[in-house]
Write a protein that binds this ligand. Structure first.
Ligand SMILES: NC(=O)c1ccc[n+]([C@@H]2O[C@H](COP(=O)([O-])OP(=O)(O)OC[C@H]3O[C@@H](n4cnc5c(N)ncnc54)[C@H](O)[C@@H]3O)[C@@H](O)[C@H]2O)c1
Length: 291
């Protein structure tokens, strides 16, 4: 099967990145959200990204204009999925919400469609059970920022057909990504480790073991991580991190109990870069404000 048209559902941190890479890779791409404001912000964000890439000569002007010719936005999921080959769901990590979105896709999409979820933790078998075609559903887990991170984790559910995995791998490769196939287990490989490290860093911050800057510096320079766990949390979104931890706590037990300080930050609306404040503070352009 040849994939030509891709629909990305959710225009947040991940959806906009996936749509950018998808349109850049010549897929006719439609980004869908329930919020016009999010779609507008996503487009502005993608334009800025492309401008920077053109200025740095990582992208030609022609590639940039093709990208935006291939990219569309919509608030009408029902209409868009009728005309698509491949859906990537990237709405928040809440099972009820994913269920509702997958049911809608299932109701209106053509028979041949592949339904991939960018979930960080949730079982693709469970996600597949929300549709009448679990053989065409799997997790396709991208990383943030999508245009820079090379990996896609592919996780198949109990009923996922080998052909579905094959098509997802081909789409990921056309987007310039490397893939790994992971057995279904909560948090797969990467989210499980990342959530554990990120949560532990929050416990340390709460306990006053060191300042946020020093925790991040220690992990970067001492353990050779490219980013500190707290700055990574701000990039991921602290609400997203908390949702992942809640799911892992529920499925894998006590060792994933979210740090109370993380819960407090989320309650206070300190969600990270996307709200301008998380562990650190950011300008409107997303630059970190030094303390
Ligand atoms: N943030 C990360 O670093 C990261 C990395 C890998 C995977 N993920 C996963 O990607 C998914 C999305 O995370 P995110 O960080 O982009 O979330 P986000 O909160 O930044 O964005 C979610 C978007 O979905 C939209 N939305 C909500 N309900 C919708 C609906 N019914 N239909 C269409 N759009 C809807 C929201 O308006 C918002 O724009 C989650 O499953 C998350 O676990 C996140």
């Amino acid at each position: 099967m040849t994939i030509k048209r891709i629909t990305v559902v959710g225009a947040g941190v991940m959806g906009r990145g996936i749509a950018y890479v998808s349109a850049l890779s010549s897929f006719e791409t439609t980004l869908v959200d329930i919020s016009q404001q999010q779609l507008k912000a996503a487009l502005e964000n993608m334009k800025l990204l492309a401008e920077k890439a053109v200025a740095k000569k990582k992208l030609s002007k022609e590639q940039s204009s093709n990208l935006f010719n291939n990219l569309h936005t919509s608030l009408d999921l029902q209409a868009v999925v009728k005309e698509t080959d491949f859906v990537i769901e990237a709405v928040p990590e809440k099972r009820e919400l994913k269920k509702q979105v997958l049911e809608t896709i299932d109701q209106y999409a053509p028979n041949h469609i592949i339904i991939a979820s960018n979930t960080s933790t949730i079982s693709p078998t469970e996600l597949g059970s929300y549709t009448t075609r679990p053989n065409q559903v799997a997790a396709m887990h991208f990383f943030n920022p999508v245009h820079r991170m090379r990996l896609v984790e592919i996780v198949k559910g109990l009923e996922t057909a080998p052909e579905t995995v094959h098509i997802i791998r081909e789409v990921a490769e056309q987007m310039g990504k490397e893939t790994v196939e992971v057995k279904e287990f909560p948090g797969f490989v990467t989210s499980r480790i990342s959530a554990m490290v990120g949560n532990e860093a929050f416990y340390m911050l709460q306990e006053g073991v060191a300042s946020a800057e020093d925790i991040d510096k220690a992990i970067k320079l001492g353990l050779n991580y490219p980013m500190g766990p707290l700055e990574l949390g701000d990039l991921v979104g602290l609400d997203t991190r908390l949702n992942n931890l809640k799911y892992l706590h529920e499925t894998l037990g006590e060792k994933f109990r979210p740090a109370p300080l993380l819960e407090q930050y989320v309650k206070a609306g300190r969600l990270g870069r996307k709200t301008g404040r998380g562990v650190y503070e950011y300008t409107n352009e997303g630059e970190r404000i030094p303390k």
